[in-house]
Every structure is written in structure tokens, then in C-alpha cells.
Design a binder for this molecule. Structure first.
Ligand SMILES: NC(=O)c1ccc[n+]([C@@H]2O[C@H](COP(=O)([O-])OP(=O)(O)OC[C@H]3O[C@@H](n4cnc5c(N)ncnc54)[C@H](OP(=O)(O)O)[C@@H]3O)[C@@H](O)[C@H]2O)c1
Length: 235
């Protein structure tokens, strides 16, 4: 794979405190990429920050409850004014809601919460960070999706990820020849707080595949990259 040099670039990773997001940050640090760590509270990313700083990586923290558009707006405004220019965006944070035992009775609130965090905020973050990337003629946007299927008990979550897929499919035409690539990442079913203890994959198996859409340098855009296709391999 032809790899971009991301040493010294800055990535924003939402949901960086644990699970897939934490692995992505550790993976990016191996390439010398600096990271803005997002979670709901700065305290959640302190331990990871210390680990990254010890490796010589520069770190910033941002916090926001992603279902609250005022907090999202404040976080992005502060980042755009005072933060480093973001070269790589991992829209990783998401909510799934409860597994509804009766799949014919999924509360409307499940849809609202999943769409607010997983779709509306994700798009909001893209829309605010893409213009400066276009100005600098380089950017990598990675929107984390899911291979979930045949689980109507989690339909609110599944539909929100389908909406993310559609957002990417319909947006890439506007990014043509800008230097900004936008792709989807499916991490696979992994043992995280969201994936649960019965998931087949260790969270570490998301690497190195999760880094492929950040490192990719052959113009690939609008594609679904499955992290598990790269598990145990060198990229
Ligand atoms: N795990 C799987 O099997 C699997 C499979 C397919 C796709 N995915 C996708 O992979 C991504 C990461 O999943 P994961 O398993 O790593 O999740 P996770 O372990 O539950 O971690 C979630 C992360 O998102 C943040 N977060 C959660 N709700 C938030 C909210 N309302 N506002 C702001 N931040 C919030 C958390 O921050 P705090 O520290 O503040 O809580 C945490 O850092 C998600 O997009 C998920 O849909 C996961």
C-alpha cells in the first residue's frame, strides 16, 4: 500500500477514551501523528494522553456530549480557533442503545439518540472540519460504520449507521480533486463496552486495518474498509 506520511500531522479522534478509539490513537502514534482526544470528560482521556506523551506525541483534549448540539458547536468552534489544524478526522464515537427484547416495540427515543450522536453530530463535525482541509488541499475523513445486520432489536443503531454510509456515498462527489478523502471503516465485532464480552474479536485486532483509511495515498475515497481484512497483517 502506498502510504501517506502522517508524521507531525494532527488527528481528531472522537470517542478516544476506550475501545476502538483508544486503539486508533495508539496506532496513529506509531506513525508520529499527533492527536486531539475527544470524550465526554477530559478526565476520561488523561491516562491515554500520558501514554502518548511518553512516546513523544503531542496531545490535546476536547470534551463534548455528542447528543448535545450546543456542546458540539462549542467544541468545534474552540478547536477551529485555538486548536491545531486537523488533517485526519476519525468520527468514531457512537451510541447503540439497549437491545430491545421485543423488536416490534423500539422506543422513538432510541432513534432520536442514535441519530443525534451517530449521524447529525458526525455530519456536523465533517461539515465544520472539511472546509479548512480543502483549503490546505489535504485531509482524511474516516467515518466509523458497522456491519450489523439481521438485528431488528438494535434497528435504531443499524439505521443510523446506514445513514452514515449514505452520507459518505453522497458527499464524496464534492471532494473530488480536493485532496480530501472520505472513507468508511468497519472495525468488526469486537470486545469493547459496546461490542460486549461475547464478541469474537479482541479490540487490538482493529489494528492495523483501522489506520488504512488515514494512511491511504492512492486516491481511494467513498469506500468501505474492513479493519478485520488486515488483522495480523502488515500494511
Ligand atoms: N465494538 C464493536 O463490536 C463495533 C462493531 C461495529 C462498529 N463499531 C463502531 O465502532 C465505534 C467505536 O465503538 P466502541 O466499541 O469502541 O465503543 P465504546 O467502547 O462503547 O466506546 C465509546 C466511546 O465513545 C464515547 N462516547 C459514547 N457515547 C458518547 C456520547 N453520547 N457523547 C460523546 N462521546 C460518547 C465514549 O466516551 P466516554 O469516555 O466519555 O464515555 C468512548 O470513548 C462506534 O462507532 C461503533 O458503532 C463497534
Amino acid at each position: 500500500m502506498k502510504k501517506a506520511d502522517i508524521h507531525g500531522k494532527w488527528a481528531l479522534v472522537t470517542g478516544a477514551s476506550r475501545g476502538v478509539g483508544r486503539q486508533i490513537c495508539l496506532g496513529l502514534s506509531q506513525y508520529g501523528c499527533n492527536v486531539v482526544l475527544h470524550s465526554r470528560e477530559v478526565a476520561h482521556t488523561q491516562a491515554l494522553a500520558a501514554e502518548l506523551i511518553a512516546k513523544g506525541i503531542q496531545v490535546r483534549h476536547v470534551e463534548a456530549e455528542l447528543s448535545d448540539q450546543k456542546q458540539v458547536d462549542k467544541m468545534l468552534t474552540e478547536l477551529l480557533i485555538n486548536g491545531p489544524a486537523i488533517d485526519i478526522l476519525y468520527n468514531n464515537a457512537a451510541v447503540m442503545g439497549s437491545f430491545r427484547g421485543d423488536w416490534t416495540n423500539v422506543p422513538a427515543e432510541d432513534f432520536r439518540k442514535c441519530f443525534e450522536v451517530n449521524v447529525i453530530t458526525l455530519i456536523q463535525i465533517c461539515h465544520r472540519l472539511i472546509p479548512p482541509m480543502i483549503k490546505r488541499r489535504w485531509g482524511r475523513i474516516i467515518n466509523v460504520t458497522s456491519g450489523i445486520k439481521d438485528q431488528p432489536e438494535l434497528i435504531a443503531y443499524a439505521l443510523s449507521k446506514a445513514a452514515v454510509d449514505k452520507f459518505v456515498a453522497d458527499t464524496v462527489c464534492r471532494l473530488k480533486d480536493t485532496g480530501v478523502l472520505m472513507n468508511l471503516l468497519d472495525p468488526g465485532w469486537l470486545r469493547t463496552d459496546m461490542g460486549g464480552p461475547n464478541a469474537p474479536g479482541a479490540v487490538e485486532s482493529v489494528l492495523p486495518g483501522a489506520l488504512v483509511p488515514a494512511l491511504i495515498d492512492d486516491g481511494t475515497t467513498g469506500q468501505l474498509i474492513r479493519a478485520q481484512d488486515y488483522a495480523g497483517k502488515t500494511i
